[in-house]
Design a protein around this ligand. Structure first.
Ligand SMILES: [Zn+2]
Length: 57
């Protein structure tokens, strides 16, 4: 492999959401190097579906 240097300040772009080991995570990938990460969702901030206007559509 060549040209895959790790940059100092990553330029994060969201690739989407996955379920990993039973937890929901958002995948972020750097636009300039191969680094990526999985952002854990805070369960304390989960809102019940029934408490949103989405459930009434
Ligand atoms: Zn980077």
């Amino acid at each position: 492999m060549s040209g895959e240097e790790i940059c100092e300040t990553h330029v994060w772009a969201s690739l989407g959401v996955v379920s990993r080991q039973g937890a929901v995570r958002r995948i972020w990938e750097c636009e300039r190097c191969p680094v990526w990460t999985a952002e854990p969702f805070d369960p304390d901030h989960e809102l019940s579906w029934d408490d949103t206007w989405l459930s009434e559509r």
